[in-house]
Design a protein around this ligand. Structure first.
Ligand code: PLP
Ligand code: TYF
Length: 394
């Protein structure tokens, strides 16, 4: 039977990771997959995570099943982290999922169940998994303009014009902060304009927030999500703990559904439990428990916030260093956008040929669309990258 299967396309980001590992050259720079790396190239376990794991190891006396939507303390702690008091708790249905990706998948399945005709509008470009999962669950994806190639900022006029085409019953997928793959983000006034269009069209927003704390800070990075969630009657939010807690492999995420009222919340909560049961029954618990332990213990939470802030500042420092070095070498401001972008990524805005030349001639690995993981740099490799960018005439 399985001879009927056809080879599936590989994930280009993950394929690049393997190519980098196989490259024998001593000087090589990995700016591919979006994981945080410190100056020595390691992705450390955060201090508070270690402490929480220690606490769990000592105190956990059972590993019996949790609920279908996970341990309620995790949902409560994450709702507080992402939404604070933007929405009444009795309007929020929530389910723990295997990572943010699991939350994305469950959100799409929920959309399809509720409205088989729904289209999902996605930014051009967006995280490739959004597109591949939409395709897999047979939901039509429609792109809206987002990245302005010339300024490397957001094409707000184009975005708003395209979003006006959205119809009631459609969904608009937005990145809550730290846009992947471009690094270009809406400012608060621009978010207000987007909210206005959402309200005018009656579309349902779906916010993917995978980098809270990596952009401007924990509170600022959640501000847009909170504003949208408070403004509209219904909304989907998918949150990942992979990056800001550094627990990538624990597969920890949460899907939140802002419901029209408390009785709709009951129906939505039941539907989320049903969807989890169909796909995997109980979601992974270890990462969720780490997160709820940290967020509910004032000392651990404080320590986590401090370490996260240090991570954020490291990335900001690297951005500034790279922009400065490129200004020095090029004698122009045309790379200033690198210091304006936020989060792990920046889209350099160059052709696949130049991306290839950077890899072949200089051992610099970035995704084919010229997305760079800024956290892959350090004090030594910033000048190497800057020189290579000038060398291949980006
Ligand atoms: N959404 C976006 C935009 C991402 O960049 C990622 C990747 O980390 C995710 C969701 C999901 O990540 P994970 O499934 O590792 O939690
Ligand atoms: O965009 C990234 O690099 C991260 C990590 O299938 C990632 O979001 C990449 C590919 C993938 C899952 C996660």
């Amino acid at each position: 039977m399985f001879e009927t299967l056809k080879p599936q396309p590989v994930d280009k980001i993950l394929a690049l990771m393997q190519m980098y590992r196989d490259d024998p050259r001593p000087v090589k720079v990995d700016l591919g997959v979006g994981v945080y790396k410190d100056a020595s190239g390691l992705t450390p376990v955060m201090r508070a995570v270690k402490a929480a794991e220690h606490w769990i190891w000592e105190n956990q006396d059972t590993k019996v099943y949790t609920g279908l939507t996970g341990h309620p303390a995790f949902a409560d702690a994450m709702i507080d982290l992402v939404l604070a008091d933007a929405v009444a708790r009795d309007k929020i249905a929530a389910a723990a999922t295997p990572g943010g990706t699991g939350a994305v998948r469950q959100a799409f399945e929920l959309i399809r169940m509720a409205n088989p005709e729904a289209r999902v509008f996605v930014s051009d470009p967006t995280w490739p998994n959004h597109l591949s999962i939409l395709d897999y669950v047979r939901i039509e994806a429609v792109s809206y303009r987002y990245f302005d190639e010339a300024s490397r900022g957001v094409d707000l006029d184009g975005m708003l014009e395209d979003l006006k085409q959205v119809q009631k019953g459609d969904v608009v997928l937005l990145h809550g902060c730290c846009h992947n793959p471009t690094g270009a983000n809406l400012n608060p006034v621009e978010w207000d304009a987007v909210i206005e269009v959402l309200l005018a069209t009656g579309a349902i927003p779906m916010i993917d927030i995978a980098y809270q704390g990596f952009g401007e800070g924990l509170e600022q990075d959640a501000a847009a999500t909170r504003k949208v969630a408070a403004a509209v009657p219904e909304c989907l939010i998918v949150a990942s703990c992979s990056k800001n807690f550094g627990i990538y492999r624990e597969r920890t995420g949460l899907l939140m559904v802002i419901s029209a009222d408390a009785s709709a919340q009951t129906l939505n909560q039941g539907t989320l439990a049903f969807l989890n049961r169909q796909n995997f029954s109980f979601p992974p618990d270890h990462g969720a428990r780490i997160v709820s332990t940290i967020l509910t213990d004032p000392a651990l939470r404080q320590d986590w916030q401090e370490e996260l802030e240090a991570v954020r500042n490291t990335m900001l420092g690297l951005r500034r260093q790279l922009a400065d070095e490129l200004q020095r070498l090029s004698g122009s401001d045309r790379f200033a956008f690198l210091a304006q972008h936020r989060g792990m990524f920046s889209r350099l805005g160059t052709s696949p040929d130049k991306v290839e030349a950077l890899r072949v001639e200089h051992g610099i690995y970035m995704v084919g669309d010229s997305r760079m993981n800024i956290a892959g740099l350090n004090d030594e490799t910033v000048p190497v990258l800057a020189k290579a960018i000038i060398d291949v005439e980006v």
